[in-house]
Design a protein around this ligand. Structure first.
Ligand SMILES: [Zn+2]
Ligand SMILES: [Zn+2]
Length: 368
């Protein structure tokens, strides 16, 4: 709906035939209500007072009034036919003590607030064990400081005499309805506005919402927190907060069923003598003691360090051991390692033997 800038006669609340005395009287009366000094310089009061002073200055001078009337007839040819509503307009203003009782109404078709949908990236450990995360959300909601009314002192906001509280005015030959420019369509002139929402009745809310992430949550999970989201007006049902969860991959751990898997590279010393190494777990770093024959093992299972299981237990942390080999060895260094291997014998490489045996079985089976 477009905004109709009210005409001077309506602003002063006088009939189009009003004489100078009536215009002066209306101006004096309205100035007492809207003078910005009476409203701590409120922006709305200043705006209204500018409307009123402009109307007064154009209508009190006969020459200016003639000029203005010509413009008015161009805009609304029937306008200079007396408007019976005008005489009642100032009576309406006399009722300013009437409280502004217009309750905030829910927008049609918006009885329930819209859902807020946000993406949230959760750490691997939090997603695995479950826990509470805080999601920062921003949304519009009925201002709680003024109950969505835009003011905490409705008695200070006079009923608009231009639209007589309707919020719309009709004009032109086709009697089109437009939002009243004097009160901004509120029906009351918001002289005392709520500081929190600046009179809009809607507050922009930004806050952290605690969201409970279930154990073993995966990327793509959708979490819903009821009643956190847009609320078109106080008393209507707020929307929900809907979270699209993304789980950040762990740099060292992966999951496999109920277990977590860690690939742990060993040096020759660790492979041959064991020792203590640091490993990551969901709870943080832990020390793991390697057996002295670590190099001959493929896997070490650490019980109850895996994913939570429905029955209350935990899967295991499976540490897959691999032997690291230093790069950039000098030829004589390679020769001494190979001399050691010759001395030990190729048969002692158990994993390699197993592999070769399995391979041989695979191909002989395939050829049968
Ligand atoms: Zn109005
Ligand atoms: Zn407010």
């Amino acid at each position: 709906m477009d905004v109709y800038v009210p005409d001077h006669y309506r602003v002063l609340g006088v009939a189009v035939q009003a004489d100078q005395a009536a215009i002066k009287d209306a101006y004096r009366k309205l100035s007492r209500v809207y003078h910005p000094d009476r409203h701590n310089g409120s922006a709305r009061a200043t705006e209204c007072f500018q409307f009123i002073s402009g109307a007064h200055s154009d209508l009190i001078d006969p020459q200016k009034r003639l000029h203005y009337d010509r413009l008015l007839v161009l805009r609304d040819p029937l306008r200079l036919v007396d408007d019976p509503r005008a005489e009642r307009a100032l009576d309406v203003l006399d009722l300013v003590v009437r409280r502004f009782r217009k309750k905030p109404e829910a927008l049609p078709g918006a009885a329930r607030g819209r859902d807020l949908r946000v993406k949230y990236t959760v750490a691997f450990a939090t997603a695995a064990l479950g826990g509470t995360v805080f999601v920062n959300v921003a949304y519009d909601s009925a201002c709680s400081d003024c109950a969505g009314q835009g003011t905490r002192e409705p008695e200070k906001n006079p009923v608009c005499h231009v639209c007589q509280g309707k919020g719309t005015v009709s004009h032109g030959l086709r009697r089109e309805h437009s939002q009243c420019g004097f009160c901004g369509g509120r029906g009351a002139v918001m002289l005392a506005v709520c500081a929190t929402c600046r009179g809009v009745g809607i507050a922009h809310v930004r806050r952290d919402i605690g969201v409970s992430v279930p154990a073993r949550a995966a990327s793509g999970s959708v979490l819903r927190v009821k009643g956190v989201g847009e609320q078109p007006a106080l008393g209507t049902q707020p929307g929900d907060l809907v979270i699209d969860l993304e789980v950040l991959p762990h740099p060292l751990l992966t999951s496999d069923g109920d277990d977590l898997v860690l690939r742990l590279p060993l040096t020759w010393r660790q492979a041959l003598t064991g020792g203590s190494v640091q490993v990551p777990t969901l709870e943080g770093p832990e020390r793991l003691t390697l057996p002295t024959d670590a190099g001959t093992r493929r896997e070490i299972r650490v019980a109850a360090r895996g994913l939570p299981i429905a029955n209350g237990g935990r899967g295991a942390l499976r540490v897959l051991l691999t032997l690291d080999c230093p790069g950039g060895l000098q030829p004589e260094q390679v020769a001494s390692v190979l001399a050691l291997q010759d001395q030990v014998g190729d048969d002692r490489f158990a994993a390699v033997r197993d592999y070769e045996a399995t391979l041989a079985k695979l191909f002989s089976a395939a050829t049968v």
